[in-house]
Design a protein. Structure first.
Length: 331
């Protein structure tokens, strides 16, 4: 049929042709849209960099790596999902620190990210609003293996990081923020900004602790600690306890940190506590040096910078302390 015969045909024939052409256009548009949607779905937000394959969930990307070493690049966005790493050594990273947020979702009633592989590294992620019924909801629950964290945020949850025991493991945290964490209002006892079990080594550097909502800012049962160049700002804390609690004793270094104690305290008797619960580790040789500690402006009270239940040989030197703050007390 020629173009002229169509134009000269009867009206009904013209309508049939126009309808067929319109249907074809609609089918083409739908096909293009479906293809674009499929491509977006196939792309996903979690890319295993070693293979270039992307997945729609973090758990799927973790499962794809399995018992190997791999890196998962997380696209910017806010995610209501959680994941469990059972094996392997995995790095979780986002291109722009702070752009990928995991919130309000905990796996196994524990955390947004539950880790029990050989090791993990977290760079640039945000964990926010994690709550579970027993009061121990955390951004990260570390059950075994070593962990590195850099440029990450833990916010407005029951806990930031909670770990089990792994005496052969090591934890390294740098340039990260812990804000609005902790509680003592649940049956499981107090939660804290960071609470590590009996790990071999814990390092926390160049990080900020602020606005605690109960418990301690940093509680660690690690045998050796390095806590250096951090700020512990309790000015807007609520019902908080110690800034640093080493309840089982520990060796190592606490140096060049800045502490300010706020008004609203559950326990303001000390800034740092050593061996308050047991003596799992010797504290001989622990060095506490070059720190600055004071109270919020206008507040006048008596407290102790370091309270010691161990009687160990602890070296304190060069600490700048506010009036009313005693450097050391044996308890």
């Amino acid at each position: 049929m020629t173009h002229s015969s169509i134009s000269q045909g009867n009206p009904r024939q013209k309508r049939i042709v126009r309808t067929a052409m319109g249907a074809a256009v609609c089918i083409a548009v739908l096909a293009i849209t479906a293809t674009a949607s499929f491509a977006q779905s196939a792309r996903g937000d979690f890319t295993v960099t070693e293979t270039g394959r992307s997945y729609g969930s973090l758990q799927s990307a973790i499962n794809a790596i399995g018992n190997r070493r791999g890196t998962i690049a997380v696209a910017p966005g806010t995610y209501r999902q959680c994941a469990v790493q059972e094996a392997g050594v995995i790095t979780y990273v986002t291109e722009k620190p702070g752009s990928a947020v995991f919130e309000r979702k905990a796996c196994e009633g524990k955390a947004a990210l539950v880790l029990r592989g050989a090791g993990a590294e977290v760079r640039g992620l945000v964990f926010r609003g994690i709550y579970v019924p027993d009061g121990n909801g955390a951004g990260i629950r570390l059950e075994k293996g070593s962990l590195n964290i850099a440029n990450s945020w833990f916010m407005d949850s029951q806990q930031g990081i909670l770990t089990a025991n792994d005496p052969g493991g090591r934890i390294y945290i740098v340039r990260s923020t812990f804000s609005g964490l902790g509680t003592c209002e649940n049956s499981a006892g107090c939660a804290h900004s960071i609470y590590t079990g009996n790990y071999g080594e814990l390092t926390v550097k160049e990080s900020r602790f602020e606005r605690g909502q109960g418990g301690h800012y940093l509680k660690a049962r690690a045998g050796n600690v390095t806590i250096e160049n951090n700020s512990f700002d309790d000015a807007n804390g609520r019902a908080t306890n110690y800034m640093i609690d080493l309840p089982a004793g520990s060796r190592g270094l606490i140096a060049n940190n800045w502490f300010i104690q706020g008004r609203d305290k559950e326990n303001y008797s000390a800034f740092i506590a050593v061996g308050a619960e047991d003596n799992l580790h010797s504290s001989d040789g622990l060095r506490v040096t070059g720190n600055e500690a004071r109270f919020v402006p206008v507040l006048r009270r008596s407290s102790v910078f370091l309270a010691d239940w161990t009687g160990a040989s602890i070296a304190l030197s060069g600490n700048a302390l506010a009036s009313g703050l005693k450097q050391y007390e044996r308890r």
